[in-house]
Design a protein around this ligand. Structure first.
Ligand code: GLU
Length: 413
């Protein structure tokens, strides 16, 4: 079996949408690769006094619609092709939710679980120093992603502002509230997905008694599980990198969050069975939420999926091959570039607040987020109907056409 490559996945998706929308060759070729890709290596002094050299990347995929935008991932599996793929998905994502930004992504090859807090801070500061020349509020704006959070954004902002000798809070988003962060940014990805899930549930006639399974219980996954639990959904399975916890009667998510805080994982949770990670999707859940990494649903496990609805909280969790099989089976998939766009949408709202130095209440931010997500959902649905295709290709049609038009408007065609 061929080894999964996220960037090949991206290029195949682009070829598919090119045929569907009839995209001209010269734009297609420009969209097949990132405009710029920077690889850096930087030294960090570890607690034992020794220097370790870390590798990082920043891919600037396309800025036709505005400055590059996208998170920074800290993970031991980060690699060039993954970062490129994630930056392409950011490009379509910002276009789908129609915010004036392009797409970019960064990453550092690091296992954060092996670092002390002080080492983590030095890695964060070292990385932003290494890429400082190519970021800025009107060039490229980083944000959190897997294993990065508001605290890390605060260190990066501080390092950048010290180098610049001035305040520039809009150069990064997902910051702590005290440094110009936005209310609701911390759970925006999950909240945005919840708005799309509500609409998708209505479209296929599922009700609130539906059962839900999660793969991934990080920031996005845990927050969405909590939102759905509070709405009355029955969450029957949750998995993380250590395994799954399964309870067909439903899991108390408030309690599971506490359990994860104390033990570091969802496994060994009282009253539930602990099984291998893959078991989660073999459950009879009506709704499946992939909330971890790419390549989660692939040719090995796609046949076991029984869900009627999949909402992609993760980026690229389903391979193209598996996606085709699920579409044939009639599973409705709310694709990543729509479903998880709430995070970057509130990042944009954060930048707007930074520009005006005027801050909104949580209610105001959520009101705007809801409008952005619901508009995007309806527009994607419209494209799906127009082209008689999947929701994913509907979202690609909407996003890629918007990026292509910006390129034509710039005379790049
Ligand atoms: N990392 C998030 C994503 O993949 C958020 C990016 C951002 O806020 O710029 O969409």
């Amino acid at each position: 079996m061929k080894k999964y490559n996220a960037f090949e996945n991206v290029q195949e998706q682009l070829k598919e949408i090119k045929e569907i929308i009839g995209l001209e060759d010269n734009i297609f070729e420009q969209l097949l690769k990132p405009q710029k890709m920077l690889e850096v290596s930087f030294p960090v002094k570890m607690d034992n006094g020794k220097i370790e050299v870390f590798t990082g990347y920043r891919s600037q995929y396309n800025d036709a619609r505005g400055p590059y935008k996208g998170g920074i991932r800290f993970h031991k599996k980060v690699n060039v092709d993954e970062v490129k793929a994630l930056s392409a998905w950011m490009t379509w994502k910002t276009a789908v939710v129609n915010i004036p930004l392009g797409g970019g992504k960064g990453g550092v090859v690091v296992d954060v679980k092996k670092l002390s807090e002080a080492e983590l801070e030095r890695v964060a500061r070292g990385y932003i120093r290494a890429i400082q020349k190519i970021v800025g509020h009107d060039i490229d704006i980083p944000a959190p992603d897997i294993y990065t959070d508001s605290k890390i954004m605060g260190w990066m902002l501080d390092e950048y502002e010290m180098m610049a000798g001035r305040h520039m809070s809009g150069m990064i988003t997902g910051k702590p509230l005290n440094l110009g962060g936005s209310k609701a940014r911390g759970f925006a990805t999950a909240q945005g997905a919840a708005y799309t899930l509500d609409l998708a549930v209505d479209k296929i006639g599922l009700d609130k008694n539906s059962t839900v399974a999660f793969n991934g219980f990080g920031n996005a996954g845990a927050n969405l599980a909590k939102i759905l639990f509070d709405k009355g959904y029955k969450i029957i399975a949750v998995s993380d990198s250590k395994g799954s916890t399964v309870n067909c009667m439903g899991i108390d998510i408030d309690d599971l969050i506490k359990h994860k805080k104390t033990t570091g994982s969802v496994v060994d949770y009282k009253g539930s069975e602990t099984l291998s990670g893959q078991h989660c999707m073999e459950q009879d859940a009506d709704i499946l939420i992939p909330a971890a990494l790419e390549d989660y649903v692939n040719e090995k496990n796609v046949e076991s999926i029984k869900a009627k609805l999949i909402v992609e909280l993760a980026n690229g969790p389903i391979t193209n091959h598996a996606d085709k099989i699920l579409n044939k089976k009639g599973v409705l998939i709310v694709p990543d570039i729509l479903a998880n766009a709430g995070g970057v949408a509130v990042s944009y709202l954060e930048q707007v607040q930074n520009a005006y130095a005027l801050y909104w209440t949580e209610e105001e931010v959520l009101g705007r987020l809801k409008e952005i997500m619901e508009t995007a959902f309806e527009e994607v649905w419209q494209e799906k109907e127009n082209y008689q295709t999947s929701m994913r290709m509907g979202a690609y049609a909407l996003g890629v056409k918007r990026v292509a038009q910006a390129m034509r408007d710039r005379g790049k065609s």
